[in-house]
Design a protein around this ligand. Structure first.
Ligand SMILES: [Zn+2]
Length: 212
């Protein structure tokens, strides 16, 4: 997903749950996952290349880091770890065909509105039809360059990231569903993270009683 949308998703999901400093550090770490060094060789950051198992493991690895960081009093690292795991969780909807499979249950006009998207349908999550975009280098990289995109796309297979991604409104109405699903998933990840913490840790992590 483009940075602008990761930022908006976090804002919608978390603005009433944490203070602005915590949200800023979470957001910075989330966006950082799309820096070049996080793009190549890190399918698990973005649910790319069908790295489902690895991506789920990456989310849990970061959730464990939150606890360790809080125990050591390192609030910034705790927020950064949530930023990283939320990036992966959000990319699930932008880089897999989950939204397409979900919408395929409805005939054309009968699909619910994006706000009513069901983001955690187990039948789809565990379906063997679920797949995520493959990265075909170097063509994939060239497809990011606007002037070259139209020449490169015909040479990329339909199961490529370039064809499958729903990273921005350019991909049409599916983007609205991916966006809303990512907001709901971020809220879920937040609650799941808090459920592992003590009251004291929750207080520190949410930072709601501190001055900026
Ligand atoms: Zn990403």
């Amino acid at each position: 997903m483009l940075k602008l949308y990761h930022r908006q998703i976090l804002q919608e999901a978390l603005e009433n749950k944490v203070d602005s400093r915590a949200l800023e550090i979470i957001t910075e770490a989330n966006l950082n996952q799309d820096a070049l060094r996080g793009q190549i060789g890190h399918d698990e950051y973005h649910f790319d290349n069908n790295a489902f198992k690895e991506s789920y493991a990456y989310i849990e690895k970061n959730r464990a880091k939150i606890q360790t960081a809080l125990k050591g009093g390192d609030l910034e690292e705790a927020w950064a770890a949530f930023g990283r795991l939320s990036h992966t969780a959000q990319d699930f909807y932008a880089h897999s065909n989950y939204i397409s499979l979900w919408l395929a249950q409805f005939d054309g006009d009968t699909a619910p509105l994006p706000a009513d998207v069901e983001h955690a349908e187990q039948v789809i999550i565990t379906s063997e039809k679920l797949q995520s975009g493959k990265l075909y280098y170097p063509l994939e990289i060239l497809s990011y360059i606007p002037a070259l995109k139209k020449y490169v796309m015909p040479y990329l297979p339909k199961d490529s990231h370039a064809w499958m991604n729903i990273d921005s409104p350019e991909q049409g109405r599916k983007f609205d569903y991916a966006f809303m699903a990512a907001v709901k998933r971020t809220e879920d990840e937040w609650h799941k993270t808090l459920s592992d913490l003590s009251q004291e840790e929750i207080h520190a992590f949410c930072h709601t009683n501190q001055k900026k």
